[in-house]
Design a binder for this molecule. Structure first.
Ligand code: 2AM
Ligand code: CA
Ligand code: CA
Ligand code: CA
Length: 268
């Protein structure tokens, strides 16, 4: 039996140390490269931070496996045992351009079940965390369970690019939604936006193509608070595949699925 509360204490110490290193790194010139396209950025700090966590985990929990964005972890093709899902910097474009509004995102899963979630807003020193069954915290304060909200009062996080013609979704789905809600916001870090949903500051968040490390932590935290995190067609998320993401307060999640997304078909 794993005592998740012991891991929780340890991870929080590691996250503080990693955050301190990242803040310090902003005093030096970043080494920036691109990955899948010219807007898909990575820096030396993304890679160093992932390596920092991998070394901590390997030496403390040698039996655990690691799924990390920058590829320093393991090849994961099944969800058995303990898996750490790590995005060392979520919102790298914000990190590079704004020097703020990026997070460290870590989810820990046991046999496919989300047990621990951490989203650390490095510059604001704000940690969203959860231990399954024990509630969620914003820094040291318990986060209240999520309450229902009507569509007319909802603020939804999304990237406006999905309202233009694209190959993932007919923009008409989201245009209808955007007309009916109170407002939209776009913060450029999927994990941070899931933290905002957890705290009730956003009512929902929609993204069209994310990887497990983008949503793993937020998935655990939001579900611990009674919210829902699924694909945009309502199907369950998976640690083994990229997908769309639809996170929302209870109630609102079903209302949006039923009234705006009925015929949406997920594309790979
Ligand atoms: P990242 O910064 O870790 O890459 C930006 O809108 C959000 O989408 C961020 O959370 C970003 O995570 C994520 N994202 C996922 N895939 C991406 C890609 N190929 N290019 C840029 N951002 C991506
Ligand atoms: Ca990235
Ligand atoms: Ca990410
Ligand atoms: Ca990243």
């Amino acid at each position: 039996m794993i005592d998740w509360l012991i891991l929780d204490r340890e991870i929080k110490i590691w996250i503080q140390e990693a955050g301190e290193r990242i803040r310090h790194s902003l005093q030096n010139k970043l080494q920036i490269s691109t990955k899948s396209n010219p807007n898909d950025l990575v820096t030396n700090v993304d890679k160093d931070t992932e390596q920092f966590f991998i070394e901590k985990i390997r030496s403390t929990y040698p039996g655990h496996r690691i799924l990390g964005e920058e590829g320093g972890g393991d090849e994961i093709t099944d969800v058995r045992g303990v898996i750490w899902v790590i995005d060392p910097i979520d919102g790298t474009m914000n990190f590079v351009h704004m020097h703020r509004n990026f997070t460290i995102s870590i989810g820990v899963f046991g046999d496919g079940v989300g047990q621990l979630g951490y989203i650390y807003d490095v510059i604001h020193d704000e940690l969203y965390s959860a231990v399954k069954g024990k509630g969620a915290l914003f820094n040291d304060q318990p986060i209240p369970r999520l309450e229902e909200v009507s569509i007319e009062k909802a603020i939804v996080g999304m990237n406006p690019i999905w309202l233009t013609n694209n190959r993932r979704i007919d923009p008409e789905y989201l245009r209808r939604l955007v007309k009916d809600i109170r407002g939209t916001r776009s913060f450029g870090s999927a994990a941070l936006e899931m933290g905002y949903v957890a705290c009730g500051w956003l009512d929902a968040y929609i993204a069209m193509h994310l990887s497990p490390w983008d949503f793993a932590a937020g998935w655990v935290i939001v579900e611990e608070l009674g919210g829902k995190a699924t694909k945009l067609n309502g199907e369950p998320l998976s640690l083994l595949e990229k997908s769309s993401l639809f996170v929302a307060k209870p109630g609102l999640h079903q209302v949006i699925l039923d009234n705006y997304l009925q015929n949406y078909v997920e594309k790979n």
